[in-house]
Design a binder for this molecule. Structure first.
Ligand code: NAD
Length: 473
């Protein structure tokens, strides 16, 4: 064990909690399926009982977020995940029989799924409830104990999570610790059995360095620029509606939001008009609209303003869509950004806000080429009817996940793994993959009393030679 780490932020003794969880895990052994299902049910009930308080806490942290948005984008996906985990975990916990090579028969092989032990979870601010509780539910389903470090940018929500989880679980099973980057770094240095980090690619790099000290295996759920490619035969209105939904929900502060769009040059004007009309339909009351979310803090608001100013300065055309912007309440004006070039900051960093750069192409292959010259995105969206084009997109681009003819929706498919690739992350959770990544798949070979392997024991002789040759056929 490493030395105790006393973290200044809130004086919490992280290693003390960690040691308690590890000791309890070793003492109690893996929980039964019934115990895991009961814990998950308890979590779901507590969540639903506190729905209104959660919506209020998130809204307070953001400056404003519509309760329905929190319900649709956070609470319901957690409930759906918990239901799915509860339905499947007994099946997933069963040992799997595997094939045994002829010369090892009648020995038997199986894979046993064993909880890893203590899981660390570091979560971001943009969906502060679901990105903390979905990994936690997955850890519980796989029979683990867990420590959670939510974001310091959402203090009201983090406090609510802490008090809710403290009521539900003993500290040696589930614990919440708080603090900023310094606490995060100390947390990442704990010798967890697995660490799930959700956040930016740059912080992901330091988390990986910290975790390397103990060779802690990681799931890194990072960000990046997720493109929306609109095929030449796409229904432009439907594509604009989906992209506006994906881009403007949570005011674009979504890791899998479509970052920029690529449209055939013949459709550019129609797409801009349809996006504008949809934004106005979604937020008809302009700046007073109670469905449009604020930007988390002044720093991020100013960062977005700088992206727009830099693009404008370098020759981009900014079209404000809808009148939902209001700097007093940090509601950033939704915008389309045309004539973008690679030297603009908006085309280099993840936008993470309600501004959509729109690029045009003549040939779909050029758009594919552009995407492939950039780091692998977390999500990729394709709109179009032609199945050959759909297939080409799937086979010729690499991204964490893909949704065809919509945005965001792969995230809420229970049975799909969710994760990035390359700079957008490593490993996946959700689906069966989530259970597997927080379990140890232990291969077990059970030898039989009579077996061929003994023929190969020394002393070696002619029979050894014959057997070796036989198996080299
Ligand atoms: P962030 O990386 O700044 O912070 C995430 C968490 O890491 C916070 O809890 C923070 O306190 C902690 N942290 C900060 N410095 C640390 C350090 N040195 N060591 C350990 N922990 C540290 O990210 P953010 O601003 O909260 O979230 C936005 C980013 O997250 C975007 O890039 C977005 O795309 C990404 N994201 C990804 C997913 C996904 O599922 N892949 C989901 C949501 C957000």
């Amino acid at each position: 064990m490493t030395a105790h780490v006393w973290v200044k932020d809130d004086g919490f003794l992280f290693t003390g909690i960690f040691s308690k969880q590890r000791a309890a895990f070793l003492n109690d052994g893996p929980p039964s399926a019934a115990a895991r299902r009961a814990d998950l049910a308890k979590l779901k009930q507590a969540l639903l009982a506190r729905q209104t308080a959660i919506e209020a806490a998130v809204s307070k942290d953001f400056g404003y977020r519509a309760p329905y948005e929190t319900r649709i984008m956070e609470i319901n996906p957690i409930v759906q995940t918990i239901n799915y985990l509860r339905r499947n975990l007994t099946k997933w916990m069963r040992p799997e029989r595997r094939r045994v090579a002829l010369h090892f028969r009648p020995g038997r092989t199986k894979v046993v799924y064993q909880p890893l032990g203590v899981i660390g979870i570091i979560s971001p601010w943009n969906y502060p409830v679901s990105l903390a509780l979905i990994p936690l539910a997955t850890a519980i389903a796989a029979g683990n104990r867990a420590m959670l470090k939510p974001s310091e940018m959402t203090p009201a929500t983090s406090e609510l999570l802490r008090s809710m989880l403290r009521e539900l679980f003993p500290e040696d099973q589930v614990a919440v610790v708080t603090g900023g980057p310094e606490a995060g770094a100390a947390f990442a240095r704990l010798p967890f059995d697995h660490l799930i980090f959700t956040g930016s690619t740059s912080v992901g790099r330091s988390v990986m360095k910290e975790a390397a000290g103990n060779l802690v295996p990681l799931t890194l759920e990072l960000g990046g620029k997720s493109p929306a490619l609109i095929g030449p035969d796409a229904d432009i209105e439907a594509a604009a509606t989906s992209i506006a939904f994906g881009k403007l929900a949570n005011a674009g502060q979504t890791c899998i939001a479509p970052d920029y769009a690529f449209v055939h040059e013949k459709d550019a004007a129609a797409f801009v008009a349809a996006f504008d009309a949809t934004a106005r339909k979604f937020y008809p009351r302009g700046a007073a609209d109670r469905n449009y979310t604020s930007i988390i803090n002044a720093k991020h608001y100013n960062r977005l303003q700088k992206l727009i100013d830099d693009a404008r300065h370098k020759g981009a055309k900014i079209i404000e869509v809808s009148d939902a912007g209001n700097s007093d309440s940090r509601k950033f004006a939704p915008a389309i950004v045309l004539n973008v070039t690679d030297d603009m900051a908006i085309m280099q960093e993840e936008v993470f806000g309600p501004a959509l750069p729109v690029m045009t192409y003549r040939n779909l292959d050029d758009a594919i080429g552009y995407v492939n010259r950039k780091p692998h995105p977390l999500a990729l969206y394709y709109f179009g009817k032609n199945s050959e084009d759909q297939q080409k997109i799937l086979m010729r681009t690499t991204s964490g996940n893909v949704t065809i003819n919509d945005t965001l929706m792969h995230y809420v498919q229970d049975d799909l793994p969710f994760g990035g690739v390359g700079l957008s992350g490593m490993g996946a959770y959700h689906g069966h993959e989530g259970f597997k990544s927080l379990s140890h798949a232990k291969g077990v070979f059970q030898q039989s009393r009579w077996n061929f392997a003994r023929i190969l024991h020394p002393p070696f002789n002619k029979t050894t030679d014959m057997v070796i040759r036989y198996f080299q056929r």
